[in-house]
Design a protein around this ligand. Structure first.
Ligand code: DAH
Length: 357
């Protein structure tokens, strides 16, 4: 028995792979293995002999089995170490095929807008795309009977029969993020909130899902003059021109008072759009001084704080800046379109490095 033990323990220690190990298992403790055959001989022994040989054989079988298990684990560890050593990849190497993928104009423009406002001290806020009607409407001073609710072509979610709570909506604008941000951070506050919004509408300049960026700045002394400067800085940086002329047109939004729509001076000469010159005006955003009721909904005291807000269509300014004529193509996932209008994956827009190059 000592010979058997020495033979197998030694062989197991020397096994170079799992197949060799399996062969040893069959040879030693398999059905017709040497140890198993010895155990079968127990029947022919006298009870006295059996009392000695039985436990000894069992102990040997156990010892061989544990040696097999331990070696199997050691081989697996070694195999993993070997894989980790040989399959190592230098992720800091410069990439070779970056021209295969591209950044979608919406992502590009969102990054550009974020870079510009970050430079002016705005941080980025987010909110849910499935929103309660309170955040999407009531908190923004759009009560149930208000025409703005109907005008927005809202998508409503389903409620079970008998559930009389108002349904959630797919947010129709990014303005509810104003309320959420004020509630979360209080005043003073300076945020932008880019994201997806939804309205039931479909033609060359409307898709049921599109993108807006909301802006909000609240403090004790913020005025319409600050709004005007911020928007002028934004438009100059975004369109990468030295001079822009903005026209503030009196307008009405339930969540701002006073409200202004902002047009940008442009020309369409030769069929291409040039920003900052010409005799045409193009509407690019809505804005105004935040309504006291909206501040209250955000738990901010309107007798102490005031501020401005604005909402820009990201898709719209992307079409303008990059000369993309049809909004619907943005969401067709047509590779030829993406290659044509997409941006190099490694060119991250920054103010110092250039927004669009
Ligand atoms: N929420 C408006 C819309 O979707 C856009 C807007 C207008 C946002 C004026 C504002 C604002 O923050 O002050 O049409």
């Amino acid at each position: 028995m000592d010979d058997l033990r020495d033979k197998y323990i030694q062989a197991i220690a020397n096994a170079s792979d799992e197949a060799a190990l399996e062969e040893l298992r069959v040879q030693a403790v398999g059905k017709k293995g040497e140890v198993s055959l010895k155990m079968r001989e127990l029947g022919k022994m006298t009870p006295e002999e059996r009392q000695v040989a039985g436990p000894a054989l069992n102990a040997l079988k156990n010892e061989i089995n544990s040696a097999l298990a331990a070696k199997k684990e050691a081989l697996a560890d070694a195999a993993l170490d070997e894989r980790l050593r040989t399959e190592w990849l230098d992720v800091t190497l410069p990439s070779r095929n970056t021209r295969q993928g591209s950044i979608h104009p919406i992502s590009q423009v969102t990054e550009e807008v974020t870079a510009i406002f970050a430079d002016m001290g705005f941080s980025v806020a987010e909110g849910p795309q499935i929103e309660s009607d309170w955040y999407n409407f009531d908190a923004l001073n759009i009560p149930g009977h208000h025409p703005a609710r109907a005008e927005m072509d809202t998508f409503y979610t389903h409620r079970a029969a008998g559930d009389n709570r108002p349904p959630h909506v797919l947010r129709t604008h990014t303005s509810p993020v104003q309320i959420r941000s004020m509630q979360e951070h209080g005043a003073p506050i300076r945020i932008i909130a880019p994201g997806r919004v939804y309205r039931a509408d479909y033609d060359q300049t409307h898709t049921p899902m599109f993108h807006q960026v909301e802006g909000l700045a609240i403090d004790t002394d913020i005025s319409m003059a600050n709004l005007k400067w911020v928007l002028e800085e934004f438009v100059k940086s975004f369109f990468e021109v030295d001079n822009v002329e903005l026209r503030f047109r009196a307008s009405h939004f339930p969540f701002t008072e006073p409200s202004a729509e902002v047009d940008i001076r442009c020309s369409w000469e030769g069929g291409t759009l040039k920003v900052g010159e010409g005799d045409d005006w193009l509407e690019i955003l809505g804005s105004g001084m935040v309504h006291p009721k909206v501040l209250e909904a955000g738990n901010i005291d309107p007798s102490v704080y005031q501020g401005f807000a604005f909402g820009v269509g990201i898709d719209r300014i992307a079409m303008l800046k990059y000369g993309i004529p049809d909004l619907r193509a943005f969401f067709d996932s047509d590779l030829r379109w993406l290659r044509h209008y997409g941006f190099a994956a490694l060119d991250v827009p920054t103010l110092h490095g250039g927004l669009s190059r």
